[in-house]
Design a protein around this ligand. Structure first.
Ligand code: DCT
Ligand code: MG
Length: 512
């Protein structure tokens, strides 16, 4: 016979528990704490006993995890146990709670008042070497932050950003300073973003970031504010700033940079409709295309779309150079699932250099009515030239910036998901996609691939590292050893890391 689900003794026990849990009236002496005692691994009886005891001593103890709770006390639970439990409670940002071990409460009970919560009372997550990449360790390993390099090329930065709420805030501030052409502060925020992205734990308190490079006073004060209030007042102010809002709109148009945005802003424009309405404005060919395909271009490119573009590019290139290498670079090579464009590096091991390839591909796509816009930039490379000293210098390869017409059907045949239902009969059946094609000689392929894979911050730091730590000069074409006065040959990205004395960093670890 099946056991009845609730026995009489169970009911009696439950009634006893309820009597204990429901707050009996005790005077609250210590208002600064609102405790919640975790039942997990402690059991109902012991929890009820501790709650009653703490209340008798004048502590405010909540039965439920309400908004007012400040401290969570747990027994036999690790920090990750508690955080995992919290994640299932739908309480929003769990970093607002102080997580304490039962030893803290027992000491408080002994002396009849709150004792200071010190290291031994605080719940500390162990760093697990088997942690899966999507796991964020929630407590700073004591030494780890001191080992964070100032160079992004010595850090492994995956797409698993444990500190997105901080990096999102700094992205907005960095952009605002970029709009104000204050490069110094902009770069300071970019460096902070980059270093925060590599931390394998979520910052919950200020001591978590002790010893982390590039976090200056300004950055730290914003982190502190976000920890305490969940948001930054500076970010809020920027988001409401008229100039910021207008620049964000203007620069979202392909072909519009800071100079044009400044001009339009000074002319009194604030929205894109206002700009469009002024027929006297002279737009470049690029900006005209930017306005024409704006809606498509601001909706990010998905990986499935990038894969479909890859097939189109490969087919067109191979029609002229059957042996050519066609490599997807940029964010998608780093494993990103979305991007603002699709970047390709093309090289032909047979011909070495073929200046006719890109013009031929353009002609072919024009004939196929796939080309919505293009700008072909001829190579300016001189063989004797040393690598550029500038960390942000553009390279000299022949390249083409274009907007391609990608038919939905090309994407749909690659994915299992059904395409979105078309709303009208004559609905547009294609999407405009920004594509960059770069043609490089095979001898420079490894350098070009490293340079075009990014991220921008990773590239900047590779060049800075080469210059300052190795007395070498690196760009997208070559690596020059200033001491030996020679160019170093490389057949692969691994060769370049070896020349620089760096551990190899995989593309998906370059999301700095
Ligand atoms: N790059 C660089 N310096 C620049 C511009 C680009 O080193 N000033 C490199 C790094 C990334 C690569 O070229 C492609 O550039 P983007 O397409 O702008 O960047 P992305 O990482 O592909 O990002 P997105 O997903 O936005 O396209
Ligand atoms: Mg890109």
């Amino acid at each position: 016979m099946d056991k009845p689900s609730t026995t009489i003794s169970d009911l009696k026990k439950k009634r006893r528990m309820n009597a204990l849990i429901s707050p009996t009236l005790h005077e609250i002496k210590f208002n600064e704490f609102v405790l919640f005692i975790l039942e997990k691994k402690m059991g109902t009886t012991r929890r009820a006993f501790l709650m009653e005891l703490a209340r008798r001593k004048g502590f405010r103890v909540e039965s439920e995890l309400s908004d007012s709770v400040t401290h969570i006390v747990a027994e036999n639970n690790s920090c990750s146990d508690v955080l995992e439990w919290l994640a299932g409670q739908n309480v929003g940002d769990s970093s607002r709670f102080e997580l304490l071990d039962i030893s803290w409460l027992t000491e408080c009970m002994k002396v009849g008042k709150p004792v200071e919560a010190i290291g031994k009372h605080q719940l500390v997550a162990k760093v697990s070497s088997s942690a899966s990449p999507s796991d964020c360790i929630t407590e700073t390993p004591p030494l780890a932050t001191k080992e964070v390099s100032q160079y992004a090329c010595k850090r492994r930065t995956t797409l698993n950003n444990c500190n997105q709420k901080f990096t999102d805030a700094f992205e907005i501030l960095a952009k605002n300073f970029e709009f104000r052409e204050n490069e110094g502060i902009c770069l300071a925020f970019m460096r902070a973003i980059s270093v925060l992205k590599c931390l394998p734990f979520t910052i919950v308190r200020m001591r978590d970031i002790e010893g982390v490079p590039w976090l200056g006073e300004q950055v730290k004060s914003i982190i502190e504010e976000i920890i305490e209030d969940g948001e930054s007042s500076r970010v809020k102010a920027v988001l409401n700033d008229e100039r910021y809002k207008s620049f964000l709109l203007f620069t979202s148009i392909f072909g519009v940079g800071l100079k044009t945005s400044e001009k339009w802003y000074r002319q009194g424009f604030r929205t894109l409709d206002e700009v469009k309405a002024d027929k006297s404005l002279k737009l470049t060919k690029m900006q005209k295309a930017g306005f024409l395909y704006h809606e498509d271009l601001v909706s990010c490119v998905a990986k499935e779309e990038a894969d479909a573009v890859y097939l189109i590019v490969k087919e067109a290139v191979r029609a002229f150079l059957p042996e050519a290498l066609v490599t997807l670079t940029g964010g998608f090579r780093r494993g990103k699932k979305i991007g603002h464009d699709v970047d390709f590096l093309i090289s032909d091991p047979e011909s070495g250099e073929d200046e006719q390839l890109l013009p031929n591909v353009i002609k072919l796509w024009e004939k196929q009515e796939l080309l919505l816009y293009y700008d072909l930039v001829e190579s300016t490379f001189e063989k004797t030239k040393l690598p550029s000293r500038k960390v942000d210098a553009m390279d000299h390869f022949q390249k083409c910036f274009l907007i391609l017409k990608l038919h939905h059907q090309k994407v749909d045949s690659n994915r299992s998901k059904p395409p979105p239902e078309s709303k009208t009969h004559e609905a547009k059946n294609w999407k405009a996609i920004r594509v960059d094609l770069v043609m490089c000689p095979i001898q420079q392929y490894a350098y070009a691939l490293l340079g075009w894979t990014g991220s921008r911050q990773f590239e900047r730091d590779l060049r800075r590292y080469a210059t300052h730590e190795k007395k070498m000069m690196l760009d997208n074409h070559a690596l020059y050893d200033k001491t030996k006065k020679i160019f170093l040959k490389a057949e692969s990205e691994e060769d370049i890391f070896t020349h620089l004395g760096l551990d190899y960093i995989e593309p998906w670890e370059r999301n700095a």
